[in-house]
Ligand binder design. Sequence first.
Ligand code: ATP
Ligand code: MG
Length: 436
Amino acid sequence: MNIPAYAQVVADKLTDAGYEAYFVGGCVRDAIMGNVPHDFDITTNATPDEMKAVFSDMRIFLTGEKHGTVTVVSEGENVEVTTYRVDGEYKDSRHPESVSFTVNINEDLARRDFTMNAICYNTAFVDPYGGREDIEKKIIRTVGNPDERFGEDALRIMRALRFASCLGFEIEKETKKSIHKNAHLLKNISVERIFVEFTKLLCGENVRNILLEYYDVIGVFIPEILPCVGFDQKNAYHIYDVYEHIVRAVEAAERDVKIRLCMFFHDIAKPMCFTIDEKGGHFKGHDEKSAEVAHAVLRRLKADNDTIHTVEVLVKEHQRDIVPEKKYVKRCLAKISMPVFDLLLKVKYADTVAHSDKAKGNFEVLKKLEGLRDEIVKEGECISLKDLAVNGSDIIALGITDGKRIGEILKKLLEMVIDGEVENHKEKLTKIIKAL
Ligand code: ATP
Ligand code: MG
């Protein structure tokens, strides 16, 4: 295993002081897979008090001390060092009631979730559950009986799906059965912890297979998605049912949390907006309604405000037709801002990929829109109130003091500049204000 010096130093200090120390968990798994680990965790038979003595000449944090974790700062990087642990009794399928320390590394490995995460290494591997073989075969398997392990801590269900999506692994047959059987236990897990795993899952390379196979699990915390599953669109522009279209749009989108969340929600309200006539199925108003559902679900899952707001705007605007002419692009930019416009183009791209070939003409329109956006940026054209050559004080100086009226005038001037009815020059704009 390739271990950077800053992490090795921490392990060496423990062994030099006569303790055992192993690298463990994600870093070992990632290294075996040939990936560069994002951090290095160490497990040891030293207790936190003993660690404090060993690392007395280094900076440490004690935020995790209760769980046996001491964070050691080595060459500016954090290394988490945790005493061998066995978890106490679990109640309600979440967090153990208590943890206790042990002197046996095998007991520590036994409490870990999956075989691939229950391997440790110092000069050789300790791998009592065949983790390396499972990594080789790309298999996710619980350590021990899956019903028991998911019963102890149901978050492991979401972790299994997340790892399967991000690593492109298969979930082993018994583990898979147990996930479907125990999915309802996720009701006991805090929404914040579920949401963290869900967003990682959405950004995984294997997201399509996981969402298609485990919609029942997703439906435990987002039941709003369930009516989409198998819902026939009866529409020539679509070859998939609503859920599969959603899933394929997620997969086609860039691996960015906001874009992928938008794709997940963009058509979620279609079943409740469905009507049919001789031309086929229609979903009038599904963009607005889906935006409402996205807002409500994300709020319930305690997403941050910026994510909620951006996803809601993107869902609402996802099928707005933007005519590929400068004037219309600028109008849109004025309405939703440049960063959200950029995300919207990516959303529209992913949406088009998930349609039937009849919709493929959209790609050309999207290319043109991108080109126009670049031109507008390059030429520094006026697209927002702050770009306007007059501001509120200029209007007050002309004797108009009503705040609401000032706002209306500025908005009107911006529209006129964007539509090319007047140049963005102070004198010219002043003339217009005086004439109003
Ligand atoms: P990554 O950090 O890449 O997301 P990881 O496997 O390191 O993956 P962490 O959440 O950092 O995940 O956890 C570190 C280790 O702790 C895991 O590899 C696993 O051995 C153990 N672990 C984490 N969460 C659980 C859990 N809910 N149940 C059992 N063991 C767990
Ligand atoms: Mg980790």
